[in-house]
Design a protein around this ligand. Sequence first.
Ligand code: C2O
Ligand code: CU
Length: 488
Amino acid sequence: MWHPPADAHSRRDFMRNGFASVALLCTLGTPGTSSRRRVVTSAAMRSQARSPFTPFRRDLPLIPELLPVRRTRRRDVYDLRIREGLAEVLPGFQTPIYGYDGVYPGPTVRARRGRTVVITQHNDLDFDSNVHLHGGYVPAGHDGHPMDVIAPGGSFEYHYPNHQDAATLWYHDHAHGRTSHTLYYGLLALYVLEDERERDLDLPAGDYDIPLAIADHSFNKDGSFRYVDNIDLGFRGDTILVNGAVSPRLRVDRRKYRFRLLNASNSRSYMLRLGRGRRMVQIAADGGLLARPVARRRIPFHPAERIDLVIDFSDYRPGTELVLHNEDGEGGTVAVMRFDVGRGGGREEFRVPRRLRSLETLPAPVSDRHWDLGFGSGAWQIGGRDFDHDRIDVRPRFRTSERWSFTNNSNRVHPMHIHGFLFRVLSRSSGPVHAGERLGWKDTIGVLPQETVTVEPWFGPYNGRYVFHCHALEHADRAMMLQLEVEA
Ligand code: C2O
Ligand code: CU
């Protein structure tokens, strides 16, 4: 089915929503470019015969894990270079990217609770960069605040204490104003934190524990990523990449797998469905395990969220091809990936226990705060304000919890993320909170158009200055972000 190229979309949406007066600045280059190139959308390319966009042609790339340069009794020490690189996203093409060690997606860090991870990040780019450990309990000075940047040629040693529950975290660039650009071009990676308690549950592990970084992209004719700015809708690509390959396939054994899904898209929300609505079992959300496994058939999945799923392929006959769909997609964004069920499997050694953890009870909230989300004075705003790094917008008390309500007065989804702290989801004005959100800790929550979502953050274990913002990155960059400071 034909759909207009992304730039036609954006222009129309701009007009309709009254954004026409917003100046679009694209002052950044793209990796490895110098000359002008002819712009041909991937939509046009897809219509060609034997297009590299045909889904399920490539095997799922497995993201490499980062090896420490040194292990001491309490620390794992790593060294990474933030630099330009090339990725073979489309077979036969070299796509210029920015990457941790020049790789897209960047190498996964496997961390153990109680062992400090130290990562020296060298900025080999010619503009400022920094690294935010998204979902991590990290002292403010190591959090990757948008104004704490590493200058070109410089480096910074990030310390991550890992005093928190096992969880699927991720790290990405956060230099203010250009995050939509740098994430799109590849500065993101997973950070898998493990602990004893989770290990004792015998959940699928090792080769049966697979991170899936999902993002939408578009392409120029030469195979480079094509980026079209749209402050209203955010970037929308016409192709889905999983771990850097177009809608790939994965050959699976007839047994249980754990998939750690990361929505690494700039602004796209998904509605995930397996086959014609087969069962997926959610075991974890952003902040780690849920209290118990939750069966799901459709999963809304917003930017920056993580969802850990167990899929049991022993329920399927050998030869079954199971597609993970995006119900909210169109054209090339409908098929996320495919699981091809093989014969073997051997004896199942993993299980999903009925109880995964006990959930902490929070102290009674000491404040109620309300945040309106909307567009005003040429920017996206929270509580009628846009980002000002010289202003602290809210000062919660250390080691207390508060009730925060976000009311979305716009027609766009705003995935709201708080740095440094985790929260529980209390209510949604649109209906009940799904168990997959209610029974665990979160750091990002999708606030739907015209909806009010109430969450309860706990302001520990570290104090200091952090930010909270919309994770639709085109919104965050202009300038849907505020500062909070927790004083000891
Ligand atoms: Cu994923 Cu402010 O971050
Ligand atoms: Cu937003």
